[in-house]
Design a protein. Structure first.
Length: 126
């Protein structure tokens, strides 16, 4: 059973920002790993899941690039947590448009622009 402490509660506005979600079994299938490994990725904060309004726990589809976690996501999550963000705030930040990127931080990560994303995340601490 999942420890709810590992899963952010999401509000309707943030749920809409993310758009496409994958259930935890879908994440395991896409990554080609057992469900226990997905749980470990969540515990290690290499992935982020949210309890959607329906109560279902899910991972944003944008966090996966084919059969891998988007390169740089773990580092960006670490920076956000170090800045004091909780899971819900980190999720909203990753999916909120930033005109200086352009697009959203997760879109920039998907385009291998993690350094730029992490600079913006680090600036939040100051």
């Amino acid at each position: 059973m999942w420890d709810i402490g590992l899963v952010a509660q999401i509000d309707l506005a943030a749920d809409a920002l993310v758009g496409d979600w994958l259930s935890l079994p879908e994440v395991a299938e896409r990554l080609g790993i057992p469900s226990s490994r997905v749980k470990q990725l969540l515990r290690d904060r290499k992935l982020l899941a949210a309890a959607r309004p329906s109560g279902e726990r899910a991972v944003p589809a944008a966090f996966l690039d084919g059969d891998q976690v988007v390169k740089g996501l773990h580092g960006t999550l670490t920076v956000l947590y170090d800045c004091g963000f909780d899971d819900s705030e980190a999720l909203r930040w990753l999916f909120t448009a930033d005109e200086t990127l352009p697009g959203t931080p997760i879109q920039a990560l998907c385009k291998h622009r993690g350094t730029e994303v992490n600079r913006r995340a680090q600036a939040l601490a100051f």
